[in-house]
Design a protein around this ligand. Structure first.
Ligand code: ATP
Length: 604
């Protein structure tokens, strides 16, 4: 069963490589054949020359043979060089395209999948493979090793058999003993290579997560953004110890140890084989069974025969080990959709959209603890509802369910009376403009950030940025809408302050102009004047759209006719500010009082 699975993985992988680059497989084939053939040219030449030394052969013929061999060698090396020139770029090209496939999958998979433990594990494994050239990433060099071993083996057989037959080496007990000796050594070496490859894989698998950590700690993870906190809190020793903890060094040591032992065993076996082969053929030559030239050819061919089998076995066992490893890549790329996606078109009449949550409960895939419990909420067109509550009460999670980033674990959400799962997923998403609490802007141009596209409408971008209070800052940007944000991708990228970034995120939501506007802590990073301007212009910004608004600044929620209070995942209160503030036992009153008191004391 496992073998069938491995075989299918290999087949898929080779097919994928062929799809990425149609030239790479022929290149590997011919390059491997040449790699196997080239060492035999000087061996055959020397054997030919030595055999003719005693025969008073015309020197011109010997020179001609030498020249022929030299030219042949030159041409073969030239051809190999040319193929090699295509080999590495081809390999890189395939690896890059593989990265592209993973990237595309990450961008398109259901968000809920992206947040699952399974996907996290798969990503760590794939990253580890990328780091040390395993799994799919190891296929091309291993295929090359396997083919060159195979060709080396074939050529050695073709050379040895005639000597055996012509020299009648197959007669005699010594041959039997020598063949047993050679076969035992070769088998032992092959078994050793295979078990080393398997043990190496086990060691590396133990550190799949370690590679994720080291990627974070050593490569892209820590940037100048984290740099501030690390310095202020003196966290350098912490980072260093975290690096030590993940024991990547230990993995490198373990793998190096295995490789060193394998190298030493391999070298000893090669020496034993070569010595044995020479002794055997010299004895045969002394007994007159083969010529002196054949001694060289035969001993070298036997040596290369064994080396080829070892190389074939090594590459083959690595391929088999990797075939299993490839499963993580295919599992990732073939992850099924978890969201039910229907075909219904969303209603055209956006002025009459009604969203209703009926008995919605939810827990995150990684945690059985219920975050939302039996929520009922109805959003009529034009409603502007505020959601308030303590930290962790489930406000942002509610928004994620509304936008179908996660599915409710029970209950359902309806749009105009139809379960939202019945609608075309992408069409449904067009209904929402959301500013998430932990929103992210992309390190691309300002204009592209607004439109989510390469092109954008300059007038609309200007209008939205101004409404979001970014107008003044925009004037200072040299490349205006083409200014790249942040420095990850462009040297001239502009660093935005937290509040400026939040204004751009708001402008992005306005630019989308969707019928539902959801703002999760939209002004947390804004200065009081900007915040005031945003709220003063809120009606202008949101117009008569349906809006959901989350904020801890309760004074800024007062303009919403309805306020919903969440506590530990349950709706505990709802009503206008005036209604809620009356209930002195309610959470709203306590939250309001805590803030109001603070302002009163400040005023004093
Ligand atoms: N991706 C996740 N996986 C597992 N648990 C999560 C995830 N995101 C949030 N949680 C948990 O769900 C609970 C509710 O989180 P949520 O972000 O909805 O709270 P909130 O009311 O928006 O909080 P805050 O006011 O602090 O923003 C928290 O206990 C949080 O730890």
């Amino acid at each position: 069963m496992k073998l069938v699975k491995d075989y299918l993985n290999l087949k898929k992988c080779i097919y994928q490589i062929h799809k990425f680059d149609v030239y790479i497989l022929p290149i590997i084939f011919f390059e491997s054949a040449l790699e196997a053939m080239i060492p035999y040219v000087p061996i055959v030449l020397i054997s030919y020359l030595v055999d003719r030394l005693g025969e008073q052969y015309p020197i011109s013929k010997l020179l001609l043979a030498t020249m022929f061999a030299v030219i042949l060698l030159f041409l073969m090396n030239l051809a190999r060089g040319k193929l090699y020139y295509g080999f590495w770029p081809g390999t890189e090209n395939c690896n890059d395209k593989m990265d592209g496939l993973y990237g595309e999958k990450t961008l398109t998979m259901d968000f809920q999948q992206l947040d699952s433990e399974k996907v996290n594990n798969l990503r760590a494994k794939i990253q580890n493979d990328r780091n040390w050239g395993g799994g799919i990433y190891g296929m091309i060099p291993q295929l090359q090793g396997c083919l060159s071993g195979f060709f080396g083996f074939l050529i050695a057989v073709v050379l040895i058999i005639p000597i055996f037959i012509n020299g009648r080496l197959y007669q005699g007990f010594g041959v039997f003993i020598f063949l047993c000796y050679a076969l035992i050594l070769t088998f032992f070496s092959t078994w050793f290579q295979k078990s080393t490859a398997e043990r190496e894989l086990m060691v590396r698998e133990k550190f799949d997560f370690g590679s994720g950590r080291s990627n974070y700690l050593q490569r892209g993870g820590i940037t100048y953004r984290e740099g501030k906190d690390i310095r202020i809190y003196g966290a350098k020793p912490l980072i260093k110890s975290a690096l030590k903890e993940e024991k990547k060094d230990k993995m490198v040591l373990e793998v190096s140890k295995l490789e060193a032992i394998a190298g030493a065993v391999d070298g000893t076996i090669s020496a034993l084989l070569l010595g044995g082969a020479y002794m055997f053929v010299v004895i045969q030559a002394i007994n007159g069974r083969v010529g002196i030239g054949s001694v060289v050819l035969f001993a070298s061919a036997i040596f290369r025969f064994s080396e080829s089998i070892k190389s074939l076995a090594k590459s083959f066992s690595e391929i088999m080990v990797n075939a299993e490893r490839m499963q993580s890549s295919f599992s990732y790329l073939e992850l099924p959709e978890v969201l039910e996606k229907g075909k219904f078109k969303v209603p055209n009449d956006i002025d009459n959209l009604v969203i209703e949550l009926k008995d919605v409960s939810f827990h995150y895939p990684s945690d059985e603890h219920e975050v939302l419990s039996h929520i009922y909420l109805k959003l009529h067109h034009g409603n502007q509802i505020a959601i308030v509550g303590k930290n962790g009460s489930g406000k942002s999670t509610l928004i994620k369910l509304l936008c179908r980033l996660y599915e409710p674990t029970s209950g359902a959400i309806f749009l105009n009376g139809v379960d939202i799962r019945e609608y075309d997923y992408n069409e449904y998403l067009t209904l929402f403009s959301v500013v998430f609490q932990d929103f992210k802007l992309l390190p691309l141009s300002l204009g592209s950030n607004l439109s989510g596209n390469v092109s954008y409408d300059v007038d609309r971008a200007k209008d939205c940025l101004e409404k979001a209070g970014f107008g003044e800052r925009l004037k200072k940007m040299n490349y205006r809408y083409d200014t790249p944000l942040y420095r990850e991708m462009e040297e001239i990228g502009v660093e935005l302050s937290g509040g400026e970034a939040q204004k751009v995120a708001l402008a992005r939501a306005l630019y989308k102009n969707a019928p539902f506007v959801v703002l999760d802590e939209p002004t947390a990073a804004l200065d009081p004047i900007s915040e005031y301007e945003i709220y003063a212009g809120f009606r202008n910004m949101v117009g008569n759209k349906t809006a959901l608004f989350i904020s801890h600044r309760l004074s800024s929620c007062r303009f919403c006719k309805e306020i919903v209070v969440l506590d530990q995942g349950k709706i505990t209160q709802r009503g206008s500010h005036e209604e809620l503030v009356w209930d002195k036992n309610g959470i709203y009153y306590r939250l309001w009082e805590a803030q109001a008191q603070y302002y009163q004391e400040e005023a004093i």
